[in-house]
Write a protein that binds this ligand. Structure first.
Ligand code: ADP
Length: 729
């Protein structure tokens, strides 16, 4: 071992091994099959890299992720160890070069994608190479009971057998007891030495929030964590883009990431996040694998993930440096239903497996039991939640719900398992306890059992929760062989003989969270949305506008229009940037008229003790900015408006709508080049005069005024743009 430690320092520069690394390396060196379960970031790679370096020949590393492969090979080469990979991205010449080097014994680690491993020509080549052992990374991909099943992983063992007899090391960061058994069985390594580290991440705070007014909640959360790095996971690419955009529009530093972007964009956004050019990355689960950013301060699940395995891996990316890590999941049952719908085209077995994973997700979210206890229990680890209760490191421990004496209920729950001979799942047991007269219960004669109907006064949800808590307390166990089946434990038998006091907790009630995430409660604040503005401030702002107008000898509407004042009276902007964010006001207007509005709002906010941090304002995004850039560029190039409209496939009226939007927000637009062509000077002057003296800029009123002359609505709108550009912007 002395020798190995020297190598550790020499090659990797580390002084000591971490956790189980040392015994694992010894075990593999002794030629034993080895199974490693270690949380992400704990240092799994070292477990096969070191023996590969120390032993004769080449170690094969089977890994599903091509991007990670390259990364690892680069890292190995950087420390002077010869490593290569074989996957579908290589050319024929490159493949030949790597094969040759391997046969010559020059390659210590050969990374292979499972698809490449199964190719006959590769099998033949590996047979003639001197292979030391095989490492199977991300071994949970073998199991169809987990969340990341890859069918080609199931062929690995038979291929390895064809190559030669060699020790296998399988590694994963996530495996429930069932998945663990499946992996070992599939690789014929039931007798392998198991090295399992604790999955507890003490520094992570877990929280589940109802998915209600989620956009508001998001903005509030991000403002409270301003300047910190975080990841927001969404299920769909579309959602990723929408939310990233939404955050940007609301002045937050965010970038999107999903596999559908061009590699260059993906790379840039990822680098920007790693280099702290942006604070928040909004991503699908494609983001994060192999990313080792130590100071991710929060991981938010905007949508409910498909499984607790996935959830735990994704949240595992927070707080790798052992410091703060907030994990917030937004939950609604309608998300679960949506996910179930996605599974409808799968085979029956796949669908049932996916359903079991989703059920676990629901229980986790709705339960008021320590989150950490639930998560660790899921991965087969017993956890005493008194520690979490003391430190308040999950929402359920920080804000505990009232407990009730559960002795009698737990007893019934255990009895239901025992009396039905440990062959049924939760749903059936609940039916038996509640005395359901369904066919199924009757056909097994379960309506004759003592426990039948003994809990009829409580509802289904209550009993589900009791059974889950009985399970979490290990009075009953999950059957590893048969998914969904509950069995007795020794602890449960003992309890039945001598029932003792046990406190239970009622689940959270999420039943009112049936809104979709885009439902009305978080639609963007539009100038006309409701009458939620502050009427006192609105009147003050109106008076201020009048004053400014008088000073400049302009009609008030030219300064700003009512909807913008209403928005100001809703959002209380106190900085130039915030004011420029108000619809209908741009930086140009802020510079020209902003200061007196700003000082008025500042004073008002102070006098009335308004906490503007609490005022969460949501701005919507859209194609507006794209169109804006297009129009301004075209006007700069003096392109005729008819032509512009035809490029976009718009009517003239639509184009004018767009131009007005830009102009009313304070951008100066010079349309003289176009007006010269279509209108004589006198007519133009008349209309300009009219707007200068009118009470409002209403076009219908203007039409009535010019009733008997040859003035079209289009003319009026064009001149109004000119007028506002010249006087207001
Ligand atoms: P995993 O695959 O388990 O997620 P990695 O193998 O990527 O983790 O290792 C995580 C980090 O820990 C890497 O940056 C690695 O260099 C580092 N590491 C591994 N072993 C040690 C060690 N013994 N001492 C210090 N750092 C280590």
């Amino acid at each position: 071992m002395e020798e190995i430690r020297k190598k550790l320092k020499e090659v990797f520069g580390y002084d000591s091994f971490r956790g189980n690394q040392e015994p694992i390396i010894e075990n593999i060196m002794a030629g034993n099959n080895t199974f490693v379960i270690m949380p992400t970031g704990a240092g799994k790679s070292m477990c096969y890299q070191m023996p590969a370096i120390l032993q004769e020949g080449t170690a094969i590393v089977i890994s599903p992720l091509i991007a990670l492969m390259k990364n690892q090979v680069d890292q190995m080469n950087a420390v002077g160890i010869s490593a290569s990979f074989l996957n579908s991205t290589l050319s024929k010449t490159e493949i030949n070069r790597i094969r040759k080097a391997t046969l010559e014994g020059k390659v210590k680690l050969l990374y292979v994608a499972p698809e490449s491993l199964t190719k006959e020509e590769n099998v033949a080549f590996l047979k003639s190479a001197n292979i030391s052992f095989a490492a199977i990374d991300e071994a949970h991909c073998i199991s169809e009971w987990g969340h990341d099943f890859r069918p080609e992983y199931r062929k690995i063992k038979s291929i390895i057998d064809q190559i030669k007899q060699m020790p296998i090391i399988a590694l994963t960061a996530t495996a429930t007891p069932k998945v663990q058994m499946d992996i070992q069985r599939n690789l014929h390594m039931e007798a392998a030495d198991l090295f399992k580290s604790s999955f507890n991440r003490e520094n992570l705070y877990y929280e589940v929030r109802p998915k209600k007014a989620i956009k508001k909640q998001l903005i509030k959360f991000l403002r409270e964590h301003k300047g910190k790095s975080g990841i927001i996971y969404c299920l769909s690419r579309k959602k990723v883009e929408e939310i990233a955009k939404f955050l940007q529009v609301n002045g937050l530093s965010a970038a999107p990431y999903h596999a559908g972007f061009e590699p260059a964009i993906r790379m840039k956004n990822q680098d920007d996040f790693l280099n702290e050019e942006v604070d928040v990355i909004v991503a699908t689960i494609a983001f994060g694998m192999g990313i080792d950013k130590p100071d991710v301060r929060f991981v938010i699940h905007y949508d409910v993930p498909k499984s607790l395995e996935g959830y735990y891996q994704e949240t595992g990316r927070a707080g790798r440096d052992g410091l703060e890590g907030n994990c917030v999941m937004f939950y609604s049952y309608s998300d679960i239903l949506k996910l179930e719908k996605f599974n409808k085209d799968k085979t029956v077995t796949e669908r049932e497996n996916a359903k079991v994973l989703l059920d676990e997700m629901t229980y986790y979210a709705e339960s008021a039991i320590c989150r950490r206890k639930q998560l660790l229990h899921y991965f087969g680890e017993e956890y005493d939640d008194s520690e979490c209760k003391l430190s308040g490191m999950c929402d359920n421990c920080r804000y505990p719900r009232e407990e009730f004496e559960g002795k009698e209920y737990v007893e019934k729950a255990i009895k239901s398992v025992k009396q039905t001979e440990q062959r049924f799942g939760l749903g059936h047991l609940v039916g038996v306890i509640r005395g359901s007269q369904n066919q199924y219960v009757k056909s097994y004669g379960h309506d004759k059992l003592e426990v039948f109907g003994s809990g009829s006064e409580q509802d289904e949800h209550f009993w589900k929760s009791v059974l889950r808590q009985t399970l979490l307390n290990e009075f009953i166990l999950k059957d590893i062989e048969n998914i969904g089946i509950l069995r007795m434990s020794k602890k449960g038998e003992a309890f039945l003989k001598n029932p003792t006091s046990i406190m239970l907790t009622r689940d959270h009630d999420f039943s009112d969270v049936d809104t979709d995430d885009d439902a009305s409660n978080d639609t963007p604040a539009s100038p006309n949305a409701g009458n939620s503005y502050d009427p006192v401030l609105f009147d003050l702002l109106k008076a201020e506008r009048k004053k400014i107008a008088r000073e400049r000898d302009l009609p008030p509407y030219v300064i700003v229009q009512d909807p913008s004042l209403q928005e100001m009276a809703t959002t209380y902007p106190t900085t130039a940037e915030a004011l420029a964010n108000v619809n209908g006001i741009g930086m140009g207007k802020v510079r020209k008229f902003g200061s007196s509005f700003l000082s008025l709002i500042q004073k008002y906010v102070e006098d009335n003790d308004i906490d503007i941090e609490d005022v969460v304002v949501i701005k919507s995004s859209g194609n507006k900015s794209k169109n804006k850039i297009f129009i301004i560029q075209q006007i700069d190039r003096k392109i005729d408006l008819d032509e512009m409209a035809s490029i976009k496939g718009w009517t003239m009226s639509t184009l004018l709508d767009e131009i007005e939007m830009i102009c009313f927000s304070g951008t100066k637009l010079n349309l003289d080049y176009f007006l010269e062509q279509i209108m004589d000077e006198d007519k133009e002057d008349d209309i300009m005069d009219y707007f200068m003296n009118a009470d409002s800029d209403n076009i219908e009123e203007a039409m009535a005024e010019f009733d008997d002359e040859d003035v079209s609505e289009e003319d009026l709108r064009l001149i109004r743009i000119k007028f506002i550009s010249e006087h207001a912007n």
